[in-house]
Design a protein around this ligand. Structure first.
Ligand SMILES: [Fe+2]
Ligand SMILES: [Fe+2]
Length: 342
């Protein structure tokens, strides 16, 4: 290292101003009371996936097709949830760089922690169901399991492509814009975990879905509180980006909430049939993945809720004809611009 740092202390009484954005705020302003409440709730409601009643789960009571199908659902979920800790860690860094108020920083720390819990939970479920800690290198036991592993490989490939886009997008956008994408993910997550909780038969999964759903509810509250704070003054250019993000979020999150749209997801022709077959098997084993019609209805309702929030701030909503929602056409929702997270 040859870098020679210029010395200032012997030339002036006080140091020069620190160039911004700079990673640390050295201040603890606290304005948004709601966010402090959510932070405190996150501490009270902490849970540990590894300490759930795993001894009540008897994997041998399931057939191999059932085990592989249930593990497949957790794998699909982890395409989203295993990227969530770094996604929120990146956003957490941004809250420090822009010197966000103290409760915003704390809330983002809590979301990062929660998302890691969700990822740990995916790992626990997959490892137990497959008897192997990695769905991609696992040796399938059934013919369906082999086709599901191929699906998992394609999902992993698609998810991996999104990380580069996300890293480039975070510095480009204001937190206010990022929040619309986060909210989309949180609404989606809160929706699916509530459904899964209601229909799960296996106690340890039921307990996990209850906890994850509660976490996602807090994440939603964080997004709403920051939007209430920032959206009344949102610039028109930012509103246009939000509209596009919502469309991109729909396409991205549909893979887990509904079915992956092929215009966005690069997947083989037999992907959806394989997935539907696994869902049917999992349902038969008491793992309550909603039916196609139920998914569509739930996803539509979640999007209508989101539309209600954005309407309050005069933000144009994108057309989502797939679930019968009219609005502004967005055609170029490509990977480069996408920020949605789960
Ligand atoms: Fe999550
Ligand atoms: Fe979340």
């Amino acid at each position: 290292m040859s870098a020679h740092k210029e010395r200032f202390a012997d030339k002036m009484e006080l140091p020069p101003a620190t160039p911004q954005p700079n990673i640390y705020p050295l201040s603890w302003h606290s304005k948004t009371k709601k966010l402090q409440e959510v932070w405190e709730a996150s501490l009270r409601e902490a849970w540990e996936p590894e300490k759930l009643p795993w001894d009540t789960l008897d994997v041998d009571s399931y057939s191999w097709e059932e085990r592989e199908s249930i593990a497949y659902w957790w794998t699909l979920l982890s395409v989203f949830d295993a990227s969530a800790p770094p996604v929120f860690a990146e956003a957490l860094i941004k809250t420090y760089e822009v010197h966000e108020e103290d409760p915003v920083r704390k809330c983002f720390f809590s979301v990062t922690r929660d998302e890691q819990n969700h990822e740990i939970m995916c790992g626990q479920a997959i490892t137990r169901m497959l008897g192997h800690p990695d769905p991609l290198s696992y040796q399938p036991k059934t013919e369906l399991g082999r086709r599901l592993q191929k699906n998992a490989q394609w999902l992993y490939f698609n998810g991996g492509r999104y990380w580069t886009g996300y890293k480039q997008a975070v510095p480009r956008y204001d937190l206010a814009v990022l929040f619309s994408s986060f909210l989309m993910g949180e609404i989606a997550a809160a929706t699916i975990f509530k459904q899964m909780y209601e229909s799960a038969r296996e106690p340890v999964f039921k307990e996990a879905f209850k906890n994850i759903g509660r976490d996602e509810g807090r994440h939603m509250a964080i997004c709403m509180a920051v939007m209430e704070r920032d959206y009344p003054g949102l610039k028109d250019a930012d509103k246009a980006i939000v509209t596009k993000q919502i469309r991109a979020g729909y396409l991205f999150l549909s893979a887990v909430l509904f079915e992956p749209p092929m215009e966005f997801w690069d997947l083989p022709a037999d992907f959806i049939d394989n997935q539907r077959e696994a869902e049917e098997v999992a349902r038969g084993a008491g793992f309550g993945i909603p039916s196609y019609e139920m998914k569509k209805e739930n996803w539509r309702n979640a999007i209508i809720n989101l539309k209600g929030v954005l309407d309050r701030y005069d933000i144009p909503f994108p057309a989502i004809p797939e679930v019968g929602i009219t609005g502004q056409e967005v055609s170029d929702a490509d990977m480069d611009d996408i920020i949605p997270v789960f």
